[in-house]
Design a protein around this ligand. Structure first.
Ligand SMILES: [Zn+2]
Length: 218
């Protein structure tokens, strides 16, 4: 934004106000602050992107990804994430059986890590996004600050939940060097990866400004 355009915006008196009520809008692409008063406000003066106060159909898109992720969470836990072929036979391991094997062999810290990263965290994420979508669709005024913090946490956790897929990938790569055993990733790993990606897309489609809509319209 040029210096001249900045002069339209009063430096003081904006505390506690929303951008929309002050006639301001942020560009999603270049994050330039634009005025909504003039006619050219439908497009960003810097990069030309379309300006909108809210993401279009944010709740619907987010819900669609969430439903898909919830459905895939079932095969992610029921199907084997990896198949081990040795001279003694073939063994299929689901996430939970992997955790149990780690527990029985005495690797408690690793068992706990896999249990939290692969079972608890995805479940908490699905639950948290459902809570955000439900409260926003009802235009709830309940704890907007805490809900915003919850949303930030979901976004931050997103990229760190691929632990199981990493473990399987590393194991496959390591074991293929030796000819006595072979490990193949199972359908569960694919479903698990899809759950992680879909929850990330769901969080990304969600417009966190909707949390504050009811509060600012009180
Ligand atoms: Zn822009």
């Amino acid at each position: 934004m040029s210096e001249q355009e900045y002069r339209h915006i009063p430096a003081t008196g904006l505390a506690g106000q929303t951008g929309a009520s002050a006639g301001l809008i942020t560009c999603d692409i270049c994050e330039a602050l634009c005025c909504t008063h003039d006619e050219a406000a439908t497009h960003c003066p810097i990069c030309g992107a379309t300006l909108h106060l809210r993401h279009k159909d944010s709740l619907t898109k987010s819900l669609a990804y969430l439903v898909a992720a919830t459905i895939l969470y079932i095969p992610a836990n029921l199907l084997p994430v990896m198949q081990t072929n040795t001279i003694f036979g073939t063994q299929d391991d689901t996430i939970m059986s992997g955790v149990l094997v780690l527990m029985y062999t005495g690797s408690w810290p690793l068992a706990l890590l896999v249990f939290f990263a692969s079972i608890v965290v995805p479940l908490l994420k699905l639950f948290s996004i459902s809570l955000l979508l439900y409260t926003c669709s009802k235009k709830s005024t309940w704890n907007p600050l805490q809900r915003t913090q919850l949303f930030r946490m979901i976004e931050a956790v997103g990229r760190w939940s691929m632990l199981d897929v990493y473990v399987v990938t590393v194991l496959v790569a390591l074991v293929q060097f030796k000819s006595l055993a072979a490990i193949h990733p199972g359908g569960g790993a694919l479903a698990f990866g899809a759950v992680v990606v879909l929850t990330m897309l769901s969080a990304q489609s969600f417009d966190s400004r909707l949390i504050w809509v009811a509060k600012t319209h009180e």
